[in-house]
Ligand binder design. Structure first.
Ligand code: PRX
Length: 682
């Protein structure tokens, strides 16, 4: 599974991090009004479970108050607040209306073509009630799975909340995924309903979604030819957005505006136990099959709300918050839907791409809505840096007071640019480390408290316990690099992999089965898959993945998944995929492919383009390799394992160094020659 425990980040970037020593202390004015007060770390350390119980009572409305905070007797499956009951949607909606905040804007939505919608908390609550009634009329109830395949339109949040309101489990699939990927996720979760749109706007055009759903479901209409699990999808609910032409399957397909539009506005939310599953979200791992990460209700919402409020210093009465993530990713779940809405925040939601119809679109939206808290990915920041500061400088960004980043390490140069150009030289930046699996932010500065260091995610949040461990599980001293591990259970932790609990235990809990000395909960420690080091102050510097998972533009991709898509092509004999450093996207997918001999001659020239398109079609455009190199051999160890480290070195133009474990040392020369002859595409 792992071919090396050397963090994937290249040595030059680690080198520059080691020499980064700029500090940005909080301003006294910011600190005076900050939500998080310095004592918070000590309070949490003195009584970790008590701290989380208090946060949960303070931030959420429980129907039945919980008495028990954590039950870890079934480790590594935690139960948080398990004897309490709540309704997640009621916490995100109805209670704000009941508290007199129904007129507050929940969502300022902006479509890519410039059309807009504003939804107050009262209006959003009504829409969710109607959607819940419509879903219930289609037979959706507690525990049923609903696949959501939508663009960034308000219905995406409405659909998620309607599921939550009914105790149904949503599985949001990013709109950029292919029919094959969607189908695999529908099958794995055995979804009963698919919610999609005819199409959505992207880069000035309508991209179709419903036709992709139709292809994904094609097998369901002819059960005899379908070799997957039992036919599960009963209905497809279609939001009209792109107004593109769509095929219609009578009896199966329904328009959202008819089904939801005609539904009653009355809906009483039922109270569910805290451990009721809330959603499944598929993410890439080290094997070819994506994992359905399972999250539940009370613990997840507690940590999503707590982190959203404290990390972003949210003052819901005055702030306008904008997180640019798509709801297809965990960031869209926790920091577009659940965290902000649980906190009664006003937010901006934008459908399209940052550069359409002009390269300043994001900055124009910040100016238009007076965005005060802005959360995005380092990749986006680096591409804006490339385009030049004149573009954002053409807009009034003075409303910005807190900036955040997520998804990958931010290099100090990009941090400083973000701070100066977008944050006016004053806004604190929170570099937030977390994962689909952790459900919510785990490591981050707290604005108003932390002395910021560009490039470091800094400290475990109050109530979170982390350690950097050696390969053998020994905690490492400050200054050393090792494996990032979470040493105590946390409220928003995953509760398993859907349908595969063995894989859950094996992937996350078998590396450090005995935990760390002094752990309160006891049991195993969680292995995050990331390399990290602490500095002399104990601040954490993330060094990238230590396994065969790539991080491209902040999105996780598995080398194995792309390799298996490549070998599924009839012309491919063997394939090896690596993530090579890329100035803008963090890492880029680079594939080395051996063609079957009968295709080698006729396809040699066209193969790279054809195979890039093939991966796009199999998995989705985000997985399309930047480069495909057709080679005659792949470097393997004597036991036959592909040496990805060497391929990464060649892909990044480095000297390949020691090749003594390589079975055939001439292979690398051949590959290197090949690469010189065939310069990278794009
Ligand atoms: O490698 C880490 C990187 O993204 C991985 C998690 O990916 P995903 O589950 O898709 O969630 C992304 C959004 C939370 C981590 O294992 N990562 C995430 N945030 C950071 C990061 N690496 C460095 N610094 C971060 N702030």
């Amino acid at each position: 599974m792992t071919d090396s425990t050397t963090p994937a980040a290249d040595s030059t970037s680690i080198e520059s991090l080691l020499h980064e020593n700029r500090h940005f202390p909080p301003s006294p004015e910011f600190a005076a009004n900050a939500i998080a007060k310095p004592g918070i770390y000590d309070t949490a350390a003195a009584d970790r479970l008590g701290f989380w119980a208090n946060r949960s009572r303070e931030l959420l409305t429980w129907r039945t108050p919980f008495a028990e905070t954590l039950d870890w007797s079934g480790a590594p499956v935690a139960r948080w607040f398990a004897d309490g009951t709540l309704n997640v949607a009621e916490n995100c909606l109805d209670r704000h209306v009941a508290a007199g905040n129904g007129d507050r804007v929940a969502i300022h939505w902006e479509g890519e073509p410039g059309d807009t919608r504003t939804l107050s908390y009262a209006e959003l609550t009504t829409e969710v009630k109607k959607a819940a009634n419509a879903l219930a009329a289609l037979g959706v109830g507690k525990g049923d799975r609903v696949a959501i395949y939508l663009p960034m339109i308000p219905e995406a949040a409405i659909a998620m909340l309607a599921c939550a309101r009914l105790g149904a489990i949503h599985s949001v699939v990013f709109g950029g995924f292919s029919a094959e990927s969607l189908r695999a996720r529908i099958d794995d979760a055995q979804a009963k309903l698919v919610i999609t749109a005819d199409g959505g706007w992207r880069k000035g055009k309508v991209f179709p979604l419903k036709p992709t759903v139709d292809s994904a479901l094609a097998g369901f209409e002819n059960a005899a030819e379908y070799d997957g699990p039992a036919e599960t999808v009963e209905h497809v609910l279609v939001v009209q957005r792109g107004e593109n032409e769509v095929a219609w399957h009578e009896g199966r397909d329904l328009w959202w505006h008819e089904a939801v539009g005609g539904a009653s506005e009355e809906h009483e939310p039922e109270a569910f136990e805290a451990e009721t599953p809330l959603f499944i979200l598929y993410t890439s791992g080290t094997t070819g099959k994506p994992k359905g990460i399972l999250h539940t209700s009370g613990g997840y919402l507690t940590q999503a709300a707590f982190t959203h409020r404290n990390v972003f210093d949210l003052h819901p009465e005055t702030d306008v918050y904008w997180c640019t993530a798509d709801i297809g990713w965990i960031t869209g779940h926790s920091y577009v839907v659940y965290g902000p809405l649980a906190n009664g925040a006003t937010q901006v939601m934008y459908e399209g791409t940052p550069d359409t119809p002009h390269p300043g679109r994001w900055w124009e939206l910040i100016q238009k809505y007076g965005v005060s808290i802005f959360y995005t990915a380092p990749t986006a920041i680096r591409s804006f840096m490339k385009a030049g500061r004149e573009i954002p400088q053409g807009f009034d960004l003075s409303s910005i007071r807190v900036l955040g980043t997520v998804g990958e390490p931010i290099n100090p140069e990009a941090w400083i640019w973000y701070h100066d150009v977008i944050g006016g030289g004053t806004a604190p930046i929170v570099d937030t480390w977390w994962q689909t699996e952790t459900g919510a932010i785990m490591v981050s500065p707290l604005p108003g408290i932390t002395d910021l260091k560009p490039g470091s995610a800094q400290k475990a949040l109050p109530g979170i316990s982390l350690a950097v461990l050696a390969e053998d599980g020994e905690p490492l001293a400050r200054g050393a690099g090792g494996l990032l591990s979470i040493t105590e259970p946390w409220p928003s932790m995953l509760r398993g992999i859907w349908g595969d609990m063995d894989r859950y235990v094996e992937t996350y809990w078998s590396k450090f089965p005995n935990g760390v000395p002094g752990s309160q909960a006891g049991g195993p420690a969680y292995f995050a898959g990331d390399g990290a080091r602490t500095d002399e102050d104990g601040d954490l510097w993330l060094l990238g993945r230590v396994d065969d998972v790539m991080n491209v533009s902040g999105h996780r991709l598995s080398t194995a998944e792309i390799e298996s898509a490549l070998v599924a092509h009839p012309s491919v004999a063997e394939a090896a995929v690596v993530g090579a450093s890329d100035e803008t996207t963090g890492q880029a997918v680079v594939a080395f492919v051996i063609l079957k001999s009968r295709f080698a001659d006729e396809m040699a020239v066209d193969a790279p383009d054809l195979l890039r398109a093939h991966v796009g079609q199999q998995i989705g455009a985000i997985a399309r390799p930047r480069d495909v190199f057709i080679v005659a051999e792949l470097p393997k160890t004597r036991s036959g394992k592909i040496m990805r480290r060497l391929l990464r070195d060649v892909a990044e133009g480095r000297d390949i160094g020691d090749t003594t474990t390589l079975a055939d040392t001439t292979v690398m020369d051949i590959i290197a020659d090949k690469m010189k002859a065939a310069p990278a595409e794009d």
